[in-house]
Every structure is written in C-alpha cells, then in structure tokens.
Design a protein around this ligand. Structure first.
Ligand code: 2AM
Ligand code: CA
Length: 267
C-alpha cells in the first residue's frame, strides 16, 4: 500500500478509537503545569499509531508529543511527526474541536500532511505536489486576502502578556475580527481553506504544526516563524501562517516596529 494511503487509513482508525474511548472513563493528568493536561486517550492514540507504523516498517522514525523520539537531531529517513490529540483542553472540556495531526517527512523533504477533525469526521490531507483536500474535496489555491478583509486567529491568552500584546494587538485591531480555536493544527488548516487570513502564535512544538504545514504549502499559503524565518520539524517555533498578502502585512509590521520583541521571543 502507498505510504500515503496507509497513513490515511491508520489516522481514520485512530479517530474511530477516540470516538469510542471518549465515552469511557478518561484519566486526566497534568504535565508541566496545572493547565497542561494529558489523558489516557492521548497516550493510547499515540501508542496505537506507533504500533501500526512499526508493524508497517520498523525503519520509520517517530516524533510524538506523548513520548516518542523527542531527541531527534537530524532529518534523515522517514519521519512521522505526530500529535495524537491537538487541542487536548478542547478534548477534555468540549469533547470536540480537537484533531489528530501527522506530518510525514522523507530525508527532510515534506511527503504528506494530515489533520483529522475527529468529531466532524473531516480529514484535511495533502501529499507534496498533489494539492490539498478536505475528505474528497480539493482545496483551491489560496487567494490573497488582506488582514482587514478576513478573520484572523490568535489565542487571547497571549494578549495578556505585555510584550506579545505590543506585537499582536495592532494586528487584531486591524483584522475584521479575531478568533481562537484552541487547536493549532486546525487553525493552520483554516488558513489553508481561506476561513482565516492569518494565524499567529509565539510558541508551538513541531507536532502542533507539522501536519498543517504541508497542507498550507499545497494551497500556496505561507508559513514561517514570527520573524519570517523558515520553520523546522527539529525545533519548537513561533508561527505566522497566512495567505501571502496577510502574511506579508503582519510580518512587515512586526519587523518595522517590534524587532526587539521578535528577538526576545527567538533568543
Ligand atoms: P496541545 O493541545 O496538543 O497541547 C492551543 O492554543 C494550541 O497550542 C494547541 O494546539 C496546543 O496543543 C498548543 N499548545 C498548548 N500549550 C503549548 C505549549 N506550552 N507549547 C507549545 N504548544 C502548546
Ligand atoms: Ca497534543
């Protein structure tokens, strides 16, 4: 089976498991702080995917949020970057608005990206060079839309931080309006569908953005860090994702007015 079809099959199966497991008792633990949660469903979903991938091809490498391969130092080989549940707080408190996010890279080149909105049964997927899809519907190439002519996404918690507020507040003001979805992977694909002109955040892990990255690239959207630099699956990063015009507008504003804040975020 083609790797792409194999990935699609196990992601849909993992989503099916989540829909079953979420009706049973969920164990919730805290990680780095009281608001950083993980559940048995996050862990079991990652374990399910890891097992399937290793049964398929033991040479494949895996970077997963819940414990697999965090110490990867180079991009050689076939690498799966997995977030079993992106939007864990939504999973715990809303039982919807979360996604399985998977990016597959071969020797550092993007191969495929998947973001599965489990409760809406919507699979966003893209194979490098073949365009991006939502289920069976092909997404059109992204058109330019100014920040002021569409919605943007930013987590409002960042606006409570004085330095980040300097950076983000004017863009929020300039936008038609701002939204927060609580799943970075979904926020990046909403840029890819044109539902958002921009998504900006100061800190994500590779598994939060790897799946959406490829999908956005396939519709010719633009994704960099907030300083305009390339992102990498080997490192955490800030993220600025948008159609070309909105990305350019935000980046020019940041660079012209707040290089000090950018330097502080990326030091
Ligand atoms: P998660 O649900 O997989 O933890 C919430 O705004 C988004 O940011 C989610 O995609 C969430 O992923 C991610 N996120 C939350 N806390 C984070 C942190 N400390 N570093 C990086 N990403 C984080
Ligand atoms: Ca997660």
């Amino acid at each position: 089976m083609l790797l792409y079809d194999f990935a699609k099959t196990i992601i849909l199966e993992a989503g099916n498991n989540i829909r079953t497991w979420m009706n049973e008792d969920i164990d919730i633990e805290t990680k780095s702080n009281p608001n950083d949660l993980v559940t048995n469903v996050d862990k079991e979903t990652e374990q399910f995917l890891v097992q399937k991938i290793h049964d398929h091809d033991p040479s494949h490498l895996i970077v997963g949020e819940e414990g697999h391969g965090h110490d990867l130092t180079n991009v050689e080989g076939t690498i799966w970057v997995i977030d079993p549940i992106d939007g864990t707080l939504n999973f715990v408190h809303q039982k919807e608005n979360f996604a399985i996010s998977v990016g597959i890279f071969v020797d550092g080149e993007m191969y495929a990206g998947f973001v599965y909105d489990v409760m809406k049964d919507r699979l966003y997927h893209a194979k490098s060079g073949d365009g991006a899809y939502v289920n069976d519907r092909k997404l059109p190439i992204l058109e330019d839309a100014s920040v002021g002519r569409n919605l943007i996404a930013v987590n409002p918690n960042w606006l409570t931080k004085p330095k980040l507020s300097q950076l983000f507040h004017p863009i929020v003001n300039q936008s038609r309006s701002a939204r927060a979805y609580g799943s970075a992977a979904l926020e990046i694909v909403y840029v890819a569908t044109g539902q958002l002109s921009l998504y900006m955040t100061p800190r994500l892990k590779p598994w939060d953005f790897a799946g959406g990255w490829i999908i956005l690239k396939e519709v010719q959207g633009k994704i960099t860090n907030l300083n305009g630099d390339d992102i990498s699956i080997l490192e955490p990063s800030s993220i600025l994702a948008g159609n070309h015009l909105a990305h350019h507008e935000a980046l020019s504003y940041f660079k012209a007015n707040h290089q000090d804040v950018l330097d502080a975020i990326h030091s």
